[in-house]
Design a protein around this ligand. Sequence first.
Ligand SMILES: Cc1cc2nc3c(=O)[nH]c(=O)nc-3n(C[C@H](O)[C@H](O)[C@H](O)COP(=O)(O)O)c2cc1C
Length: 340
Amino acid sequence: MTAPPATRAVASRLSVAPMMDYTDRHLRFVLRQASRRTRLYTEMVTAEAVMRGDRARLLGFDAAEHPVALQLGGADPLVLAEAARIGEGYGYDEINLNVGCPSDRVQAGRFGACLMAEPDLVAHCVAAMARVVAVPVTVKCRLAIDDMPEWETLSALVGRIAEAGCGHVIVHARKAWLSGLSPRENREVPPLHPEMVWRLKAEFPSLAVTVNGGIRTLDEAERHLAHVDGVMIGRAVCENPWLLAEADLRLWGEPGAPADRHALLERVLPYMAATMAAGAPSHVITRHINGLFNGLPGARAWRRRLSEAAPGFTGTPAEAVHLVTAAAAMIPRQSEAFAA
Ligand SMILES: Cc1cc2nc3c(=O)[nH]c(=O)nc-3n(C[C@H](O)[C@H](O)[C@H](O)COP(=O)(O)O)c2cc1C
């Protein structure tokens, strides 16, 4: 099999991790109001679902979300290639393959993290996808699984996928244990080894390398960027979406972030009204702005008031906007503009 030429992937200096039940299109829209440059990843969508499911629901997104990457799950090169082609047709800027999820459901399908033990199969999957799409095909993986040695497993996988057309690898810098730990424990218990991801960049200098796992601030992100091309943040952004507001200026030298969290909210409200007018309940948006004021006086009152727009809310879009605006008014407006 001839490998396609490596897609010339360039890692975004900052990206938000794919997270099931979190990084849906609505959260991505909210995050995009904080940072124009940070790359956003979808939740994992299985290639089978892309083939058989409701594509508009699974793949639809707002043009404002760019740059946005579609993460696929699967292990059948032909099905993945077709799903990648469909994803590219929807306008995604990158197709990413999940080689890191340890859940039972994913293991039953023999994809996700268990593919760490099958570098040849992953390479076939990457080659099949890279052959049919023009956008970069990337891989998000772990260091290793179970009692496999970390560096040897990671470098063997990366060597194979780089040959197969993957120009950018994102590494969640810990092992996954396929039995004995829950998915949540697998994000907390195995120790982090970001220095192995730095080493990966040193040994594969032409490959774009992104480090992920346990990074909570832009200060930490900047320290990693001295060693790798990109940093991916997951949970810290869910807890505090405002974290991204400083990113464009600090990491790309670009101004334009909202002046403060209220200004960000003002950008979200018309989207919330339009989303509700199209038939969605208010909480699909409000669940993602719950943490917006975390750390400021009044944040608890905001969250309490916002919970009135929880599932069961039957008001109109205008009433929902009014409720959210009134909740935000309980928080003193303070400029958090970032100095250039
Ligand atoms: C709720 C949740 C869902 C996740 N879903 C996915 C997923 O669909 N695909 C994936 O590759 N990783 C998934 N992850 C893992 C994250 O992408 C990321 O690798 C992990 O959380 C470590 O980064 P962090 O410490 O910055 O959160 C998920 C993590 C969380 C917390």
